[in-house]
Design a protein around this ligand. Structure first.
Ligand code: NAD
Length: 271
């Protein structure tokens, strides 16, 4: 068969509908952008968020989507809560095809001498143990997903570089990048696992109504990005759609930096 007999590239469409998708932290911010994209794309999305007020608002705002999302209140750091989420989704829909481990928190910035071990434990529990537990409990379903299961983990450019006094957040995101390749080699070939490391994604206007704010950016905020702007949730959501599609079936164990080029821009003041 010559290459000319193969279908033209432009006839290959990205098929991303008809799956059951769990998005943790899907009530606000980047997670809400991901929920919106999958719901409009014809997938049954389950929002698994600790903030029930925000989740109710999110469900209401997307009620006219191709497939409206539902919400199941979840604390991703709690074993019982995550087990119940998986059981509930499996009982309702009989399948789990995609999970997006998006829920994440940071801690107050303090010198290491003053840093609270309680804060360290909570950040690691939400940001790292949570994705491990959800993937563990959903694995039997993901392994038998038609066309292969998919896990997408939200890491951060802070897995690769830091500001001072951000210990547990950076450590948790570095852990996510490593967990991603560990899961990819453990769950393949049935399940693909990838990470996305966002840079600066503006989410002030993607919060529940009580906390929503209009973003304001200084010229230097924009110019530190080679693309000339900060990111928005749809920049991450569109990559989630692609990574979960059959067209990404050769991609697993990777970490994709999506930051408008911010982390490749050298800060250099010539004499
Ligand atoms: P956000 O604070 O806007 O939204 C996070 C959501 O997670 C909220 O709805 C919150 O209620 C929920 N959540 C918090 N703790 C939870 C828990 N224990 N169980 C379930 N849900 C919980 O955050 P965001 O900025 O949209 O960030 C989303 C993800 O992207 C996080 O993992 C974050 O670390 C990562 N990230 C964000 C940026 C950015 O610039 N916004 C950059 C890099 C990485």
């Amino acid at each position: 068969m010559s290459v000319l007999d193969k279908p033209p590239i432009h006839e290959v469409s990205i098929v991303t509908d008809n799956r059951v998708v769990i998005v943790t932290g899907g009530a606000q911010g980047i997670g809400l952008g991901i929920v919106k994209a999958f719901s409009e794309g014809g997938n049954q999305v389950v929002i698994a968020d600790i903030d029930e007020e925000a989740a109710l608002e999110a469900v209401d705002s997307l009620k006219d989507s191709t497939v409206p999302p539902i919400s199941i209140a979840t604390d991703v750091a709690g074993e019982t809560s995550v087990r119940r989420l998986v059981d509930d989704v499996a009982n309702r829909f009989g399948r789990i095809d995609v999970i997006v481990n998006n829920a994440g928190i940071s801690a107050p910035r303090e010198r290491i001498e003053d840093f609270s071990i309680t804060d360290w434990d909570r950040v690691l529990a939400v940001n790292l143990r949570g994705p491990f537990m959800l993937t563990k409990f959903a694995a039997p379903w993901l392994r038998k997903a038609a066309g292969g299961g998919c896990v997408i983990n939200l890491a951060s450019t802070r897995a690769l570089m830091s500001e001072p006094n951000t210990f547990p957040y950076s450590a948790s995101k570095g852990g996510i990048v490593a967990l991603t390749h560990a899961l990819a080699v453990s769950l393949g070939p049935d399940v693909r696992v990838n990470a996305i490391s966002p840079g600066w994604i503006e989410v002030a206007d993607w919060q529940k109504s009580a906390n929503r704010q209009t973003p304001v950016h200084r010229p230097e905020d924009l110019s530190q990005h080679p693309v000339g702007r900060v990111g928005k949730p749809s920049d991450i959501a569109s990559l989630c759609l692609y990574l979960s599609s059959p067209e990404a079936s050769f991609i697993t164990g990777q970490n994709f930096v999506v930051d408008g080029g911010m982390t490749v821009k050298m800060i250099y003041e010539p004499d």
